[in-house]
Design a protein around this ligand. Structure first.
Ligand SMILES: O=C([O-])CC(=O)C(=O)O
Ligand SMILES: [Mg+2]
Length: 210
């Protein structure tokens, strides 16, 4: 488990999504599938610091880099706009301040450089078009990102499968449920490797017979 996995105890986004549904019932725990890792292997698990910006402008993001606590992940709404709001320069600035990554409902650029920097970024678009720097936006306010309302302090876990957001008041319960789920799956995998079928293990042999 790397330091970046600490707040999520090393659990994946998919495990935490299932654990959230099991522990809390149906809800919007996952961003829509349009918000994706911008480079293979990108992952982040950290508390959110929210940014309300404007499409085609990255001044709010530049302020957020200075305001966000070390260890947080920036979660930004720029209205889904397909400009390159973020790139190598802002990633380097963020790393200097120990910001853990970026999730943005909009576009970014310099994705190869961000992979080389090992700076995780999740975005709706990748775009070469640069932005204005005029709108200071609002920091730390609730934002709508990937169809989820995100508050500063929510636990964000993002990987190759997508982005999960856990409000602070449910995070511990969901993490405990995820621990149990992983232990159960380890046992299922052990039984599969011993030759049992998934239908028998899950009690599905007669399912769907009508
Ligand atoms: O400079 C910008 O506006 C965005 C960018 O490409 C970078 O951060 O490298
Ligand atoms: Mg650039």
């Amino acid at each position: 488990m790397s330091a970046a996995d600490g707040p999520a105890r090393g659990h994946t986004a998919a495990t935490l999504y299932e654990a959230a549904v099991a522990a809390e019932g149906p809800g919007r725990y996952a961003m829509d599938v349009g918000i994706r890792a911008t480079w293979p292997g990108a992952r982040v698990a950290a508390p959110a610091f929210t940014v309300q910006g404007a499409g085609g402008d990255n001044l709010a993001l530049q302020h957020a880099i200075l305001e966000a606590p070390a260890g947080s992940v920036l979660v930004a709404d720029v209205n889904g706009a397909d400009w390159g709001h973020w790139g190598e320069v802002l990633a380097v600035a963020s790393q200097f301040r120990q910001i853990a990554g970026l999730v943005i409902d909009g576009g970014v650029r310099d994705t190869v450089e961000m992979a080389e920097l090992d700076f995780p970024v999740f975005s709706r678009h990748v775009s070469v078009r640069g932005t204005r720097k005029l709108f200071r936006g609002a920091l730390g306010v609730p934002v709508q990102v990937g169809a989820v309302t995100v508050h500063t302090g929510d636990l964000v876990v993002a990987d190759a499968d997508g982005v999960v957001v856990l409000p602070q008041h449910v995070a511990d319960r969901v993490l405990d449920t995820a621990d149990e789920r992983v232990a159960k799956e380890a046992d299922i995998i052990r039984r599969l490797k011993a030759g049992e079928s998934s239908l028998d293990i899950y009690g599905l042999a007669e399912a769907g017979r009508g």
